[in-house]
Ligand binder design. Sequence first.
Ligand SMILES: Cc1cc2nc3c(=O)[nH]c(=O)nc-3n(C[C@H](O)[C@H](O)[C@H](O)COP(=O)(O)O)c2cc1C
Length: 202
Amino acid sequence: MSGKRILVGIAGASGAIYAQRLLEFLATSTEVEEILVTISDAGRRVLAEELGVASEQQDLSDFASWLDLSPEAASRLRLLDVHDVGAGPASGTFPLDAVAIVPCSMRTLAAVAHGLADNLIARAADVAIKEGRRLVFCPRETPLSAIHLENMTRLARLGARIVAPSPAFYHHPKSVEDLVRFVVQKIVEQMGIGFPGGVRWQ
Ligand SMILES: Cc1cc2nc3c(=O)[nH]c(=O)nc-3n(C[C@H](O)[C@H](O)[C@H](O)COP(=O)(O)O)c2cc1C
């Protein structure tokens, strides 16, 4: 495989648009060859609530139906069952360049911080930690309790990158899309992937 292979886990936190725009970016990145996607049950619920993407009526593996992508770009995405803890990314022998959990719920954050590899998202993150691979969290909750903060600290100490969905305003954003794009840029760059045309402070 010449390009990168990455896994994006979508957990049940608010901010499904971050996952949507992230997948659209990655599927068109020249650095990325394959994107594995796995969505928790609560993540599916949030996709339905926030984006109107209802998995009961819609096959989420048909990525072109819910992402703004050509069929060719969409073919670089592959959906994995979050309950299949025997899927490739559950093993350290499966080559992956980065894992990102976007958005990340406090439940998934806690599961990973405490080694509870109870679904494919938590297991893939657990594997990324033990294999020393890039692992990015985009945790969404407010206010944050000491439990949430301690879990984030624990993960940061283990080398994970915590990219809070907290956009800057020095680039004078004009729309929600501008705010989302800024956060997606930060996630992508922490995954070790270039983000051409991103915000750069001069
Ligand atoms: C519409 C909606 C929005 C939610 N937003 C958040 C959130 O922002 N952060 C969070 O930690 N949990 C949020 N939750 C609760 C989680 O989905 C819930 O704790 C769930 O058990 C998480 O499961 P998961 O980690 O397997 O995705 C939300 C739930 C719903 C239905």
